[in-house]
Design a protein around this ligand. Structure first.
Ligand SMILES: NC(=O)c1ccc[n+]([C@@H]2O[C@H](COP(=O)([O-])OP(=O)(O)OC[C@H]3O[C@@H](n4cnc5c(N)ncnc54)[C@H](OP(=O)(O)O)[C@@H]3O)[C@@H](O)[C@H]2O)c1
Length: 251
């Protein structure tokens, strides 16, 4: 007899699914039974994710190559999901860019626009395109990946910090609007993880000292299954991990 998996029959849209945290989260959600709709720009990496999901679960993903800097594509995606599935159960938004590490006064206008488009505007466009589909689910769950730089900006992190702060603000406002629905929105701070973006920001760092993004998978599944009474605000992977290792000790 086949065991019923916790996310059996759930439809999960994952942005940034081609690598890093988004890819690892897509694998964890697939392992937990969800059908993955995977997006990013790099088609070959999405195909390799699909192959890995198939090898692990015997199920295929739906691949949607798109550029978050062209957010009208998210409207098209929302329409396609409506036509094909009629609902969305889980939205995990991990797609994002660092931009250049540079003093605020030196930021090129084009770079500013791109970072804001990909990290901030696309988050709002996802909400706009996916809200109705999430509301059609019995218990829609949306998870937006942030960074501690949103609340603690540092030198040379200007556009990235501003874009993540904007994303957090829009998600918090939306979460408040959802109070009387079955949909819940969470903000997830992964902390430092062994990914390409981290290596771009800290080229001299030894990646082997950082957690593998696969470690965040169980927390993502937990958030996807969370009850509607979960507290709002930023959820920290570090605190979640510390609590798992020594329950009751994290702040
Ligand atoms: N790693 C860390 O230490 C860390 C810490 C705090 C927060 N975060 C956040 O975690 C999330 C995932 O980052 P990561 O560390 O896993 O970085 P990553 O390995 O560089 O992955 C970034 C993902 O975003 C996608 N992406 C970038 N630009 C895109 C665009 N214009 N359109 C569509 N997709 C795009 C990339 O896919 P394509 O290039 O194929 O399009 C890739 O799948 C980001 O939101 C990041 O801000 C990471």
């Amino acid at each position: 007899m086949t065991a019923v998996l916790p996310l059996n029959d759930k439809i999960a849209l994952v942005t940034g699914a081609s690598r890093g945290i988004g890819r690892a989260s897509a694998l964890a959600l697939a392992d937990a039974g969800a059908h993955i709709v995977a997006t990013a720009r790099t088609q070959g990496a999405l195909e390799s994710l699909d192959d890995e999901i198939f090898a692990r679960t015997g199920r295929r993903a739906t691949l949607v190559p798109l550029d978050l800097a062209e957010p009208a594509g998210l409207d098209t995606l929302g329409y396609a999901l409506h036509q094909r599935f009629g609902r969305l159960d889980i939205l995990l938004h991990a797609g994002g860019v660092l931009g250049a590490m540079t003093p605020v006064s030196h930021v090129e206008p084009g770079l500013w626009d791109r970072v804001m488009l990909v990290n901030a505007t696309a988050s709002w466009r996802l909400i706009r395109s996916m809200e109705a589909l999430l509301k059609t689910s019995e218990a829609g769950r949306a998870i937006f990946v942030t960074s501690s730089r949103a609340s603690s900006p540092r030198a040379f992190w200007g556009p990235y910090s501003a874009s993540k702060a904007a994303m957090e603000a829009i998600v918090r406002a939306w979460a408040d609007e959802l109070e009387n629905t079955a949909v819940r929105a969470a903000i997830l701070d992964p902390g430092a993880m062994r990914t390409r973006m981290r290596a771009e920001a800290y080229p001299g760092e030894d990646p082997s000292t950082l957690p593998d993004p696969a470690e965040i998978g169980p927390m993502v599944v937990e958030l996807a299954l969370s009850d509607p009474g979960q507290p709002a605000g930023v959820r920290s992977f570090r605190a979640w991990k510390a609590d798992r290792e020594a329950p009751g000790t994290s702040a």
